[in-house]
Write a protein that binds this ligand. Structure first.
Ligand code: NAP
Length: 326
């Protein structure tokens, strides 16, 4: 089968597409024919060996995928050959086939395209978990989304609207702000401007942000926390800007505010029942069309490097997806 193979931790330009043997199927596992894989920020870090955990070399990158069950001896987890699924794994999705435990996949509602499914689970589950289970976002509250045209940011804009919040989307370019508006933001803001907090204050009539969804980090996070409303909740989602900010403890005291961590990777083991409930809510919204996940750009497998480059150069609108099966 064809697969992207990381033999040495290196920038994406040095990573090759190779012909490798199909993975072995062990009892209780499923073989999936991968149709599409979503590229996440973490995948880029893993390839370069810069993520907090390192995959042993050589490895096939790619954590999120959608495809068709090709082999399911004994029907593990109730899955049968021919069923369409979406899944998340530690690695291996940028390949024509992947072998996984049944717990790694989720049945795909009818009519959802593989590209959509492959860009869905990580970002939308992160957004729903963060906004509803951690921040308890309420109808009518002011939600500030940083990096609002990125993968998790776009999901937070859409989920924020579904939960009834007023969504203010912060992004660095007019194109990105327009993208966020198209996907539901009520107002947009250019957070590269020195006075963006004044503009934000006006946009919320002096109230500030009840909830901040923050996948960006760095100095922007500190500035945003200073714009939080009384009893506001700041969700720590990621550090796409590179720097991990240090918040002076007097700020939460003065603002009556809370800093809340979000880690999707730990939800399946620490809160499995909650994950099931959130996935049921998401797939329900998917099935009835209330949620239409945003696919940023779809690349052919041969062009996988371009998918990573687009994300790594801050040029991505929405999530990048690689189409694997024709
Ligand atoms: N906690 C969790 O469970 C969880 C789950 C998924 C992802 N994450 C993390 O969340 C972060 C964002 O992921 P994502 O998928 O949303 O990424 P993304 O699609 O690349 O979006 C990140 C956004 O951050 C902004 N940004 C600011 N400085 C940047 C820089 N130097 N390089 C790239 N982007 C920069 C960009 O918006 P502007 O240009 O508008 O500033 C960009 O749109 C990552 O750190 C990822 O690891 C965490």
């Amino acid at each position: 089968m064809k697969a992207v193979v990381v033999e040495q931790y290196a920038p994406i330009d040095q990573i090759e597409l190779k012909d490798v043997p199909s993975p072995l199927l062990e009892p209780g596992q499923l073989r999936i024919r991968v149709e599409a894989a979503g590229i996440g920020f973490v995948d880029g870090l893993k390839i370069e060996g810069r993520y907090q955990t390192r995959d042993p070399l050589p490895f096939i990158p790619g954590t999120e995928f959608a495809g068709i069950v090709a082999e399911a001896p004994g029907s593990p987890g109730g899955y049968e050959a021919g069923m369409r699924v979406m899944g998340m794994t530690r690695s291996g999705a940028l390949a024509q086939e992947i072998v996984v435990q049944p717990e790694a996949v989720y049945p795909l509602p009818d009519g959802v395209a593989a590209e959509v499914a492959a860009s869905f689970r990580a970002n939308y589950l992160t957004a729903l978990y963060a906004l509803s289970a951690r921040a308890m976002l309420c109808e009518g509250e002011q939600l500030l989304v940083l990096g609002a045209a990125g993968g998790t940011g776009t999901a937070a804009v859409q989920i924020g609207k579904l939960l009834g919040a007023r969504v203010i989307a912060a992004a660095s370019t007019p194109e990105k702000r327009e993208f966020a508006r198209r996907h539901g933001a009520d107002a947009v803001i250019d957070y590269t401007q020195a006075d963006w907090r004044d503009t934000f204050k006006q946009l919320t009539d002096g109230h500030g942000a009840d909830v901040i969804f923050d996948p960006v980090g760095g100095d922007i996070s500190l500035q945003a926390f200073r714009s939080i409303a009384w009893r506001g909740r700041h969700l720590v989602v990621g550090f796409a800007g590179g720097a991990i900010p240090a918040l002076p403890f007097n700020l939460p005291l003065l603002k009556g505010g809370a800093l809340l961590g979000v880690d999707l990777a730990q939800i399946p083991t620490r809160e499995p029942d909650l994950q099931k409930r959130l996935m049921a809510q998401l797939t329900g919204w998917l099935a009835d069309g209330r949620l239409q996940p945003v696919v940023g750009h779809v690349f052919a497998l041969e062009d996988f490097r371009e998918a990573f480059r687009t994300m790594q150069t801050r040029a991505a609108l929405g999530k990048m997806v690689v189409r694997i099966a024709p």
